[in-house]
Write a protein that binds this ligand. Sequence first.
Ligand code: HAM
Length: 435
Amino acid sequence: MNPSLQAVRGMNDILPDEAEIWEHFEDIVRDWLRRYGYRPIRMPLVEPTPLFCRAIGEVTDIVEKEMYSFEDALNGEKLTLRPEGTASCVRAAIQHNLVASHGPQRLYYHGPMFRHERPQKGRYRQFHQIGIEALGFAGPDIDAEHIIMTAALWKELGLDDVRLELNSLGSSAERAQHRAALIAYLEGVQDQLDEEGRRRLYTNPLRILDTKNPALQSLVEAAPKLADYLGDESRAHFEGVRMLLDDAGIAYRLNHRLVRGLDYYNLGVFEWVTDRLGAQGTVCAGGRYDSLIEQLGGKPQPAAGFAMGVERLLALWQENGQLPERHAPQVYAVHQGEAARRLAFRAAENLRADGIDVVLHCGGGSFKSQMKKADASGAALALVIGDDEAAAGEISVKPLRGDDAGGRQWRVALDALSETIWDSLLDDETDMEQK
Ligand code: HAM
């Protein structure tokens, strides 16, 4: 294929075998979200660029270099493919008065996000998040709920090798004091910083603490810690979260270097991390963002949320060998001849109306080749319809799996078909359970 027609680098097709696993995962996640009282919201993929600049922060990797931005060809408006969901979700809530009219909201969204990062395993330019935003909640209880609910999801998915890291980013006044102390410290060791560190010294010194450069680790370790600048209120909030986590038996590590790559956070932030996915080990991350609603023009309301990376979680699920089996139809219908084909269409529609999954063979071919396809489909039963059946208005049913496969075959009238198929499918299920 001409390379210029292939998918954009870092943006993946999700082919049927994999997409079925995605759907299974999404079903589990939707049930889990409902159990905690979260309701769906769907936002556009494209938003005005200033929304992200203001929400995420001008001096962040995302806004500085990772956004897919373009101008609307008609009116020149600056637009961006959303790099994350929090800004859009908060914008939608403000625009439609959700919190003001209906009180605190527990919301979730699911879908693609776009960041122009260097693609590698676990890092893509189009990736998918399931995100949660709780708007209008001030107390540590909602922070704890978010962490406890994610822990419950890992348990349900059988993921036991993700660990929790926690930090408190305090209030903006506390961060300002810490920032001043940090800049003073970093100025003193300026000649030891790398180029990025020097560039960020006055714009975003907190991010220097998050550096991956091994040469800077000891310097960063000795830097003033935000934890030492937290006041009573921030400490009490953090302790409130930690108490509820302790009650729930959730282990965590305090990581004072956890600063997050988006500027809207305050107080508690967290990340769930695994060692099994190489460098891109953060599968879920979030925290509190009490100023964002006001910053985007809404009436001040506290809020907290998180998002998980679907590709990363699925890779981990796969690593753990927890994948569901491929979905097979229950029935595959084969037929030959004009009258048989017309009967096969009626039979298949009748079964589907009664809740049975049927693949109807299309494209002709001998009975032998059609039966091969029926077998390969994984169906439990085949409908076989030839001239004889068509003349009698009956359908032959042939088991393809289990003890009856290859042997018994029976004929039924069209109006008795659903009942016999259901009986046979349910018998199979009982046999499976007894084995
Ligand atoms: P984030 O840390 O930028 O936070 O992204 C959340 C998760 O999305 C990451 O932990 C990771 O699993 C996944 N992710 C991020 N970038 C990529 C990528 N390039 N390829 C694959 N997966 C990726 C946020 O986006 C915040 N909006 C989370 C939040 C919601 N905070 C409060 N509410």
